[in-house]
Ligand binder design. Structure first.
Ligand SMILES: NC(=O)c1ccc[n+]([C@@H]2O[C@H](COP(=O)([O-])OP(=O)(O)OC[C@H]3O[C@@H](n4cnc5c(N)ncnc54)[C@H](OP(=O)(O)O)[C@@H]3O)[C@@H](O)[C@H]2O)c1
Length: 200
């Protein structure tokens, strides 16, 4: 399969990249500054130009998108805007702009996260954005044609990220990147659509 992986060089993306490479898929790695192609997913024109260059493909997988972590009472409008543009609209652009190029029975796999379900201090933007991503996945699944599927993966804190975020996530039990990669595999190679695979 020809698979586009956005965020391939990130903490989570590295595990998904490794899983896909082991299964001998053709992986096109995308990042903001890293990877085979550099694309800012919050820019729909840039995303459209990238797809035009690549041509047809079987799957788009996203392990990218940033949100601000700020206590509710201090959140600035600019933080809402940048977070919504990055993780929510960025992933929506990756889906919408791909429609002319994705093969029949292709798939999209987007990323949300535990903070859509469980809440931490300074996690309001992440909770809002993750829930919106999941809403998009469930609704878009009903409208996509040509047998194209779409699912979301919602992991809890990764073991690799414990050193950076442990103090934000008291009592959360981290998961391995390998287990998260299996949820992506289920979405890409399975038959379901409109699902959110929670890795906890
Ligand atoms: N890490 C966790 O424990 C965890 C748990 C649950 C959910 N998540 C979610 O998973 C996603 C990835 O997290 P991570 O920890 O792997 O992040 P990360 O290590 O910072 O990696 C992010 C990757 O995405 C790329 N990227 C970022 N913004 C982009 C943009 N606007 N356009 C194109 N590419 C972009 C980066 O490109 P460059 O390499 O060029 O910088 C990088 O490869 C985030 O949405 C996060 O909320 C993470």
């Amino acid at each position: 399969m020809k698979i586009i992986l956005v965020g391939a060089n990130g903490t989570m993306g590295k595990h998904v990249n490794q899983m896909l490479a082991l299964a001998r898929h053709e992986v096109i790695r995308v990042g903001r500054a890293s990877g085979d192609f550099q694309v800012k997913m919050e820019n729909p024109q840039e995303v459209a130009q990238f797809y035009k260059k690549i041509g047809n493909f079987d799957a788009v997988v996203c392990t990218a998108g940033e949100v601000a972590f700020t206590p509710l009472l201090s959140i600035q409008d600019t933080e809402w805007h940048s977070s919504l543009q990055s993780k929510l609209m960025g992933q929506i652009h990756l889906v919408q702009q791909a429609i002319p190029y994705i093969n029949e029975r292709g798939s999209f796999t987007l990323i949300s996260g535990v903070l859509g379900d469980e809440h931490i201090r300074a996690g309001t933007i992440a909770a809002t954005v993750n829930s919106a991503v999941e809403g998009f996945v469930k609704a878009a699944a009903c409208e996509l044609s040509k047998g194209v599927r779409i699912n979301g993966v919602s992991p809890t804190l990764l073991q690799d990220s414990v050193k950076d975020y442990e103090s934000y996530f008291p009592g959360f039990i981290p998961v391995s990147g390998e287990n998260v990669a299996q949820a992506f595999k289920k979405s890409i190679l399975g038959i379901e659509t409109g699902q959110i695979y929670r890795v906890r």
